[in-house]
Design a protein around this ligand. Structure first.
Ligand code: NAP
Length: 253
């Protein structure tokens, strides 16, 4: 029960890493507000948590819209009386050659993967201040640390998340709000499965990524949830502005 008495907001909670972390937060005693575009998946996460005896509340929202990011934070505070933890897990991925990338691709990927992280955090910080502190965890990617083929727009967003994490950490330290970030390697979720399928040769893409992962396998969402729980809990009380890479050794090799 590492989060007993805490309230958390998880964006991207309908699927993958967001869902696994929302469930782990709830197992550890947090009341969890779940935000996602995907209403069916979000309600399913809500049911999973409730049927395990936890407290969850789903809010359908497009967090790329500033008013929606504000509404999500207000709904979490309204439902559970305050906010201690934010996980920014909503995300989209894009494999595309530079010459085919459009302005729409740029707006969509930067909108979810960077802009939404900024504005959801901005509103969450105001709520956390009222509790005397809090913890924000962002999800960048190995693609924010190393060059990966066909990945320029996603890399721009995820590199931005790393820089923004450090800048938020500095600005929020006096408010006792810690801001940290993880850079996962390839994690087995609907996002990575869809990304490989979008390649002309999916099997070659999977093999190339396994070959550059020293542990020789892709990660599981629950392994990311364990790292995020550490960063969200008081066990990481002296971490802020940290960039951790649970990536099977991908960026070490
Ligand atoms: P996922 O399974 O696709 O989950 C992402 C969730 O975010 C989906 O439910 C998606 O809804 C939702 N979402 C997308 N746009 C949204 C918006 N505008 N407003 C609200 N929700 C929105 O992906 P995941 O693999 O768990 O990824 C979680 C995070 O980890 C992302 O930031 C991703 O970039 C990062 N990451 C993932 C990997 C990996 O290998 N899986 C590696 C490194 C980093 P829809 O399904 O309706 O789009």
């Amino acid at each position: 029960m590492r989060l007993k008495g805490k309230t958390a907001l998880v964006t991207g909670a309908a699927s993958g890493i967001g869902r696994a972390t929302a469930r782990l937060f709830a197992e550890n005693g947090a009341a969890v507000a779940l935000a996602d575009l995907n209403a069916e998946g979000g309600r399913e996460t809500e049911r999973m948590i409730a049927s395990a005896g936890g407290a969850a509340h789903f809010i359908q929202a497009d967090v790329t819209k500033v008013a929606e990011a504000r509404r999500v934070v207000e709904a979490a505070v309204g439902k559970f009386g305050g906010l201690d933890i934010l996980l920014n897990a909503a995300g989209v991925f894009l494999f595309k050659p530079i010459e085919d990338c459009t302005e729409e691709d740029w707006e969509r990927v930067l909108g979810v993967d960077l802009k939404a992280v900024f504005f959801t955090s901005k509103f969450a910080i105001a709520a956390m201040e009222k509790r005397g502190g809090g913890a924000i965890v962002n999800i960048s990617s190995g693609c924010g640390l190393i060059g990966v083929p066909l990945n320029t727009i996603y890399a721009a967003a995820k590199g931005g998340v790393i820089g923004m994490t450090r800048a938020f950490a500095v600005d929020c330290a006096a408010k006792k709000i810690r801001v940290n970030c993880i850079c996962p390697g390839v994690i087995d979720t609907p996002m990575s499965r869809g990304a490989f399928k979008s390649l002309p040769d999916p099997e070659a893409g999977i093999s190339a990524n396994l070959a550059r992962t020293p542990l020789g396998r892709f990660g599981q969402p629950e392994e990311m949830a364990n790292t995020i729980l550490f960063l969200a809990s008081d066990e990481s009380s002296y971490f802020t502005g940290a960039i951790l890479a649970p990536d099977g050794g991908m960026t070490a090799s």
